[in-house]
Design a protein around this ligand. Structure first.
Ligand code: GLC
Length: 451
């Protein structure tokens, strides 16, 4: 299959392998959409630090800074809990600093810190598309964590290995999924969620027309339409799922093609109709807030939104499945996810490494999956019953979706500039400019960056 081959070539997160591992994890529970029983997150506590006494003896009293997650769903709360546990067990003080919610803004913040050789942060969250760009500033974790790294999805380990150095350890994975309202599906006489974008639009229209009679704020579809990294992820799904390629394929810039233009124009045509006008400023939480308030039928988002929505008015009224595809394509999900890395400029590297060891451990990944529906990057964790139960996207029918990767492999240290060209261009389209007037300039920018 073409997409699988591309993944191997891309070497930027082996989502195919991840999908396969997760399938094994949940074998026998195949179903097109997930209906999991939410486990009360309050009942789950962060695990103990396994080797705490030894760590305490050596590093007690040291202080490290950790750039962690933004307040996206319960992600910051997750970090607070884990940090508190680590501090309590080891005596190492962890100063938790949430990064800006946009991945591209978080990138700029870190780039500034590394560029000025700042001793802070000691540990940082690294987006799956960054290892290539930041490798020169990161500690090779192979000597300390090489053995532990064997239990992870190996394609992500490869993604985090630059020039033979393991510069980051996979923390949690991500891929785009479709959230939908099960109650409204039923109310309007549909037996299953849409498989194509056209069906999604048709269903969204009927449901929106009906719901808007009593709720003027109700819309068919929400997603990440702001001009930022999240839009690159969503646009990749639209274009790839319509058979329009992955922006750059086999080293050639492919974004300027008719299939890409058709699907991007289809999305543009719905802004202000089936999609709220405000979508062009939505990030993950922007979209989720609308869906969680009961004001959207369909939402594209990452798995974290599954647990985050369990404490909202749509609890018990929604489910997840794979994203739709175009007439000429198949369903895909953009590969996302985060790693933890230690800065070369840290003054407390061994303590920082112990923090990374704990934070990426199987026990913490289990906690993350149950507390915050974060995709485990350790296949054995994805097989744990309680994890499968709370993370319905781990069922084969969803986890097996073809994963598509952003063009990090081709853009290398220019990834951020390339992604910016993509999301700014797509934003222009969503804001009203026909795709054919924008795609040539995105293509030429990408071409100049891969030269
Ligand atoms: C999620 C993904 C990350 C991506 C970001 C875009 O956090 O895990 O890979 O860059 O969303 O908004």
């Amino acid at each position: 299959m073409k997409h699988r081959a591309l993944l191997v070539v891309a070497g930027l997160v082996g989502a195919a392998t991840l999908a396969v591992s997760l399938t094994v994890a949940a074998a026998g529970t195949s179903r097109p959409s997930g209906h999991a029983t939410p486990v009360k997150s309050a009942a789950i506590a962060p695990p103990k630090v396994p080797n705490a006494a030894a760590i305490k003896a050596k590093y007690h009293g040291q202080s490290i800074q950790f750039i962690g997650d933004a307040a996206v769903g319960a992600s910051h709360k997750r970090d607070l809990k884990l940090v508190a546990r680590f501090q309590k067990d080891t005596g190492i003080k962890v100063n938790l600093v949430p990064h800006p919610s946009g991945s591209d803004a978080a990138y700029s913040q870190l780039a500034r810190a590394f560029g000025s050789k700042s001793s802070k942060p000691d540990v940082a969250m690294i987006d799956v598309v960054w290892p290539g760009a930041f490798a020169p500033y990161l500690v090779n974790l192979k000597p300390a964590l090489g053995k532990a790294s064997k239990q992870f999805v190996q394609s992500i380990i490869q993604n985090d290995t630059i020039g033979g150095k393991l510069v980051a350890i996979p923390w949690f994975g991500d891929f785009g999924i479709l959230y939908y309202r099960t109650d409204l599906l039923k109310k309007y006489g549909y037996s299953k969620p849409p498989t194509t974008w056209n069906t999604l639009f048709a269903m969204a229209k009927k449901i929106q027309d009906g719901e808007q009679k009593s709720n003027k704020n109700f819309y068919g579809l929400v997603y990440q339409g702001n001009s930022y990294e999240g839009l690159t992820c969503d646009a990749l799904e639209w274009v790839a799922s319509a058979g329009g390629g992955n922006f750059i394929d086999n080293g050639k810039v492919t974004i300027n093609n008719t299939k890409a233009a058709t699907i991007l124009d289809a999305m543009r045509n719905q802004v202000g109709k089936l999609t709220p006008r405000g979508v062009t400023s939505y990030d993950e939480e922007g979209a989720r807030n609308v869906f969680a308030a009961g004001n959207a039928m369909f939402m594209r988002n990452w798995p974290y939104a599954y647990s985050a929505n369990q404490t909202t008015p749509v609890k018990g009224k929604f489910s997840v499945t794979v994203l739709p595809h175009g007439a000429a394509g198949h369903s895909v999900g953009t590969v996302g996810g985060w790693q933890l890395a230690v800065s070369k400029f840290s003054k407390h590297k061994p303590a920082a490494i112990e923090f990374v060891r704990y934070m990426t451990s199987p026990a913490v990944q289990k906690f993350n999956a149950i507390f915050n529906s974060n995709v485990p990057t350790i296949p054995a964790v994805a097989k744990i019953k309680a994890v499968v139960k709370t993370n319905p996207y781990l069922t084969p029918a969803i986890a097996n979706v073809a994963r598509v990767t952003r063009p990090g492999k081709y853009l290398k240290t220019h990834y951020n500039e390339g992604s910016k060209a993509i999301y700014q261009g797509v934003s222009q389209i969503l804001n009203g400019t026909p795709a054919k007037n924008v795609l040539p300039s995105i293509a030429s920018k990408l071409n100049s960056l891969i030269k």
